[in-house]
Design a protein around this ligand. Structure first.
Ligand code: PMP
Length: 412
């Protein structure tokens, strides 16, 4: 470094103190190599993107009478007909609402950032699961919250206990964030009593519920459970009386690069989020929203079915390989959808240490579990994604990983 380069560190806002690049993410970035068997990234398989449908949609939109308008600035709320399409679909899934309840965001990731900005003053409490989606923790971190954990099984901490703890930390409990269906990172689904208990707790706290439904469409077996928003609407009669903020996305079913997601919530909440969206980036890309709507109208259900069939087969291959190759001391989840299996190693084995050896000796990547824990712990856990590996790669990769785990367990 040149001695005259400014030292910025004391000039940054205090909120930057809590924001760090994850070492593991940096390591994994270096490993986007063809010879690596990747169970790390939770990214969709590009072979499943409806690329031809998007090519047709973009050229029809741009060559059509509205072509120039599709390149113009547009409303912060999002493209009206797309909001109406989403509202109709939400209605069909037990969440009756209108286009006014929908805000289009740049992926659901932006929704998480806007929700953090709307609710969290420094020192306020966000209730999260352990483990939680890392990207949500990163989005909230910028607002300097305190985290507390949602009750686990058999734990009956009262709303009063949560409120007291939040008050001692200098704020109040503002929202509970959950991924109820096929969670990132665990693959697990909240059962119906769990959903009702979460709504009870949120009502007791007078807090919001943030329902991240990123994987909800990717169900491989069983029947869909009612969303938190639908249960909340059933309790209170209308969406405008509900406290649940439902975040959806087309990233996992269509294509993430379009960056089209949405928030579906009570009108007063959507109105505030629109203000923040406007201040942040004015609006999501006009042409992307219009082209995406054409693709939706051309047959979204068939696309979702195609994606589900592909990932279902990969989920099955991953579970079968784990069954064959993992030592008996290892446990893992059996997801009914989504992209992830969560693995628990015997106590004392370390997921990060396993990753270092897996990369060097087995050509396999995954994400160690500790960073998903807002309050620490989880060193002996890891997340495997099955969205990219072929069944043959999965078989090879899990066999190598199983052998390494067995060796480390013997040495421990
Ligand atoms: N929520 C969860 C649980 C996710 O796994 C992801 C993507 N990794 C997102 C939200 C954000 O996705 P997007 O912004 O592409 O909608």
């Amino acid at each position: 470094m040149n001695a005259s380069n400014p030292d910025w560190s004391h000039r940054f806002a205090g909120r930057m103190d809590g924001m760090h690049a994850s070492e593991i993410r940096e390591l994994l970035k270096l490993l986007a190599r063809d010879d690596i068997i990747a169970f790390a990234g939770g990214v969709p398989d590009p072979a499943l993107f409806p690329t031809a449908a998007f090519a047709d949609a973009f050229s029809a939109v741009l060559a059509g009478p509205g072509g120039a308008q599709a390149l113009q600035y547009s409303a912060s709320e999002g493209h009206g007909p797309l909001r109406a399409w989403i509202a109709a679909r939400m209605g069909a899934q037990g969440m009756p609402c209108t286009a006014d309840n929908i805000l289009i965001t740049n992926g659901s990731q932006q929704a998480l950032d806007l929700i953090g900005r709307l609710f969290l003053s420094a020192g306020d409490t966000a209730l999260v699961q352990a483990p939680s989606y890392l990207g949500a923790l990163q989005a909230f971190d910028a607002y300097e919250p305190r985290y507390d954990l949602l009750p686990g099984p058999g734990d009956n901490r009262t709303p009063a206990a949560y409120t007291a703890a939040a008050g001692e930390a200098g704020g109040s409990a503002k929202f509970a964030y959950v991924v109820p269906d096929f969670a990132n990172p665990t693959g697990e689904t909240m059962d119906l009593p769990g959903r009702e208990a979460l709504l009870d707790l949120a009502e007791g706290l007078d807090a919001a519920v943030v329902e991240d439904a990123a994987y909800a469409a990717l169900r491989y077996d069983g029947a869909a459970l009612p969303s938190l928003l639908s249960l909340d609407i059933a309790r209170h009669g209308t969406i405008d009386a509900a406290r649940t903020i439902h975040c959806g996305t087309f990233s996992k079913t269509l294509a993430p690069a379009l960056r089209v997601g949405w928030v579906c919530a009570a009108r007063p909440l959507v109105d505030k989020l629109v203000l923040l969206k406007q201040a942040g980036d004015l609006h999501s890309a006009t042409v992307n929203q219009i082209a995406l709507l054409r693709v939706l109208e051309g047959g979204y259900d068939a696309q979702v079915e195609k994606v589900r069939a592909a990932y279902r087969a990969r989920r099955d291959a991953m579970l079968a390989a784990l069954e064959r190759h993992m030592p008996a001391s290892v446990a893992w989840t059996r997801p009914r959808g989504g992209m992830f299996v969560w693995v628990t190693l015997p106590p004392g084995l370390d997921g990060a240490a396993l990753l270092r050896r897996a990369v060097a000796e087995a050509g396999v990547t995954f994400v160690p579990g500790a960073p998903f824990h807002a309050l620490g712990g989880g060193a002996n856990t890891l997340r495997l994604s099955y969205s990219l590996a072929t069944p043959a790669q999965t078989e090879t990769g899990i066999a190598r990983l199983g052998a390494l785990v067995a060796e480390m367990a013997r040495a421990a």
